[in-house]
Design a protein around this ligand. Structure first.
Ligand code: ZN
Length: 166
């Protein structure tokens, strides 16, 4: 009997370890100096790449913990869903709500897109860190984006790598 318990414990222990483990990846920011377009991709291309205009693209790779990015993004989605609910139930919010509603929708789509890219970076199924996981304690740099208070990680602000140069 005790053997069975030990096995179950070991399994639970392994599961807990797996759930708190970092998954390393890169977010790659691309800048075309000709068109001045900036975008991000999850695809590493060591040989470099050419923009549709024929210019060699400038690239900046930012190392990330994919799970940290995923968790923070999911928390943003949860926040947006709560805001949406609150808006439904509030007469005041309804009154000013048209623009807010489309903003929430737009931001939610952006988070979903980001999560999709993060999932593309790994063969593992991405899951959130536990609720008590604190990005600040883990050294993940975050900017709070107003007015809705979404948390934007430094990796997602890679466009600044190119715009700050000017
Ligand atoms: Zn171009």
């Amino acid at each position: 009997m005790s053997k069975v318990i030990n096995f179950a414990e070991r399994l639970a222990d392994r599961k807990a370890k797996k759930e708190s483990r970092k998954i390393e990846g890169w977010l790659i920011w691309l800048h075309c100096p000709q068109c001045n377009t900036i975008e991000y991709t999850e695809m590493r291309m060591p040989g470099g790449r050419i923009h549709k205009c024929g210019t060699l693209v400038e690239e900046e790779e930012i190392p990330i913990d994919i799970r940290a990015e995923f968790t923070i993004s999911q928390r943003n989605v949860d926040k947006l869903d709560k805001l949406k609910e609150k808006q439904k139930s509030s007469k005041v919010m309804k009154f000013v709500g048209g623009g807010m509603k489309s903003l929430i929708k737009q931001l939610r789509t952006r988070e979903e897109e980001y999560q999709k890219r993060l999932q593309n970076m790994t063969s593992e199924h991405l899951s959130n860190y536990p609720e008590q996981w604190d990005p600040k304690a883990e050294g993940v740099e975050i900017t709070v984006s107003e007015p809705l208070g979404l948390e934007i990680t430094a990796a997602r602000q890679g466009h600044q790598l190119f715009t700050d140069k000017k």
